[in-house]
Design a binder for this molecule. Structure first.
Ligand SMILES: *Cc1c(COP(=O)(O)O)cnc(C)c1O
Length: 358
């Protein structure tokens, strides 16, 4: 028998979530954000799920973009950090990739390159995130240079929100972006999932949802994925390998950080941080056994974690376990572990077999 841990991928859920983004986006077109191996779900798996509906794919990795072209995808591809070295530009031209330009040096490199085709470009404006992006003072000369260049096929202005999911919202950044857009009449692209769902007025010409496509809420503190009508694209399941009776005072796992205060029964589950389950998930993190919710106990180890099955007398060796996904929102597990679903998805280990559901 093989180790029972599996990640089940549901392409219909991704398509459904894309349709939620579609409804919200109005007339804007949608870049499906598939960076980081489609948030751990598998780049080609997600691209195939969206093949008929995706208007474009956005990612960071050049090898991923080339893999999409090799697999026959013809949609525009947006490279969210552009290029890093001048010698990558030949591939941008060959594979028709749209670079984000976030600084003057990138702009100058592009303008100096002798490319066989013109490239559409995204010009990233810093409106308050203060990571990448051109500042207000640089915008006019950069735009002037791009406009007159023979290397450029079209310019879209973009920005990225720091707190679309939080209390601060987008107000300040959005008004700065509006001011910078000026009278140029350029197409714009600003919204991530949170902005698309909470501030539809930012949809502009293109939107860039990522996390919502995978069925997790971008703002789980205020609205759950279910409330947003999103469906989980990944369900991580395993089984109980063995059960054990504890008496009061018995300790569980490394460090003995959990101590039974009364007799109890625990199940040992085949899943650990070596699979991507967060080691910092404390005792009490929600988990399903036999479809019923219970809690983890003790420290998560590399290959195993423990669950309280005291109130689940039917749960023996072989009982099915859901770590997250259908029946248990990944956002609840992430919150218990003090992180966000993005990190859990991205951390899914290569040793976990992914099964595609019909
Ligand atoms: C990752 C990313 C997104 C998608 O963000 P979500 O919160 O997953 O919707 C959008 N834009 C940029 C620039 C990104 O890096």
């Amino acid at each position: 028998m093989t180790r029972p841990l599996r990640a089940r991928f549901d392409p219909a859920a991704v398509r459904h979530n894309h349709s939620v983004a579609r409804r919200q986006a109005g007339s804007a077109r949608i870049w499906s954000v598939v960076k980081a191996n489609a948030y751990g779900h598998g780049l080609l798996r997600v691209a195939n799920a969206l093949a008929d509906v995706a208007e474009g794919f956005a990612l960071i990795e050049l090898d991923g973009a080339i893999a999409l072209r090799a697999a026959g995808f013809r949609q525009p591809i947006l490279m969210l950090e552009g290029f890093y070295e001048p010698d990558e530009l030949a591939a941008f031209a060959e594979f028709a990739l749209t670079p984000v330009l976030h600084c003057r040096a990138q702009v100058e490199t592009l303008l100096a390159a002798a490319l066989p085709t013109r490239l559409p470009v995204y010009l990233k404006l810093n409106t308050g995130m203060n990571r990448l992006g051109i500042d207000a003072a640089e915008l006019a000369p950069v735009l002037a240079a791009l406009k007159t260049s023979g290397a450029v096929a079209g310019i879209t202005l973009m920005t990225h929100f720091a707190d679309a999911d939080g209390e601060r919202g987008i107000g300040e950044q959005w008004s700065r972006f509006q001011a910078l857009r000026g009278v140029g009449g350029y197409p714009v692209c600003a919204a991530n999932s949170a902005a698309l769902l909470r501030y539809a007025e930012t949809a502009g010409d293109w939107v860039r949802p990522g996390i919502m496509l995978y069925g997790s809420s971008p703002c789980p503190d205020t609205e759950s994925a279910a409330e947003l009508g999103l469906r989980p694209a990944m369900t991580l399941t395993s089984e109980i390998l063995a059960v054990r009776e504890l008496k009061a005072g018995d300790r569980v796992g490394y460090g003995g950080i959990f101590e039974a205060v009364a007799p109890m029964r625990i199940g040992i589950v085949a899943c650990g941080y070596g699979d991507g389950y967060p080691r910092h998930a404390p005792s009490g993190t929600p988990i399903l056994v036999n479809g019923r919710e219970t809690k983890t106990v003790g420290r998560v180890s590399m290959d195993k974690l423990c669950v309280d099955v005291t109130l689940l007398p039917d749960a023996g060796a072989g009982a099915p376990v859901t770590l997250w996904g259908e029946g248990l929102a990944v956002d609840r597990v992430a919150a218990a572990a003090g992180t966000i679903s993005y990190e859990l998805f991205c951390a899914l280990s290569a040793r976990v077999p992914v099964i595609e559901s019909e």
